[in-house]
Design a protein around this ligand. Sequence first.
Ligand code: AHG
Ligand code: MN
Ligand code: MN
Length: 338
Amino acid sequence: MQTATTKKFMTLERFINEQERLYADATGEFSGLLHDLSLAAKLVWREVSKAGLVNIIGSTDRMNVSGDMVKKLDEFADETIYKAMDHGGHLCCMASEENEDILHIPDEYPDGKYVLLYDPLDGSSNIDANITIGSIFSIFKRVTKGRKGALEDCLQPGYKQAAAGYIIYGSSTIFVYTAGRGVHGFTLDPSVGEFLLSHENIRIPKKGKIYSMNEGNFCNWSDGMQRYVQHLKTPDKTSGRPYSLRYIGTMVGDAHRTLLYGGIFAYPGDKKNPEGKLRLMYECNPMALIIEQAGGRSSDGTKSILQVQPTSLHQHTPVFMGSEEDVTLCEEFLQGKR
Ligand code: AHG
Ligand code: MN
Ligand code: MN
């Protein structure tokens, strides 16, 4: 039997390199990209783990050692990820939840054949309460030719993602990604500064017993959505009801728990916001690819999130994702079939 002490250490970098060797269609360029992302993740984690110290060692307008103003954490994460990714030669452009337009690669750096879209800090309202936050990324192959990337390279449907993932800054820091061959998680060992393989080939349970959504919006939900949640709360031993409610308010955290334990995470549209709150390109697409790669389902109410054709960078979409049986049942209620 293999025990913890006999298990070989597999760093994120080595894992990516081995995957590259295994698959003929893989290119070294892609491992370089993921490697740069893991560095960005460590830089953001370093700052996130000091968040509470701002009140002790200085406010957001103090200068840091390099002379820069200390920024709000989401601005810091946004710039850090951009700067870690702009010069690797892997990307032709980027887009971030924090910036209205696409972000170009500076002229002095080479451009590459991929596009990166990211939510630099997800769950930012939870920072001051020391509750789990995260970063999310989505990678496409570029579709235009020429020196610079364009909006068209970013506005691709989710099923075309070459890779996607997130970093969760929780009780430990975990890097989860898929490049279309399963979902793998790596936990940061802060003492050596390496992400080590901790969750190989994650599979989401077929059915769970947890629902995760902001039920404070109940009165504004559609009739189908209201009936679905009433159903989950109505006791029935044989089908495992009532479900438990868990809601962090950080999509990365809620989706990560759903991935590991099963159940459903949702942010439906409602009377006030028919398209819901979450963003297709930075939040829903990457999480949907992870969940589907792990054997789960995603939906906008009628079709997979990955089939939604984007029309603008910051568009919102209703989202339902998690265990196959749970998402299917939710859709049936939404579509009035139950
Ligand atoms: P962000 O911090 O990137 O703006 O995202 C916050 C999002 C998401 O993480 C979470 O699922 C949702 O907001 C929570 O919204 P409610 O407070 O409306 O429940
Ligand atoms: Mn977010
Ligand atoms: Mn954000």
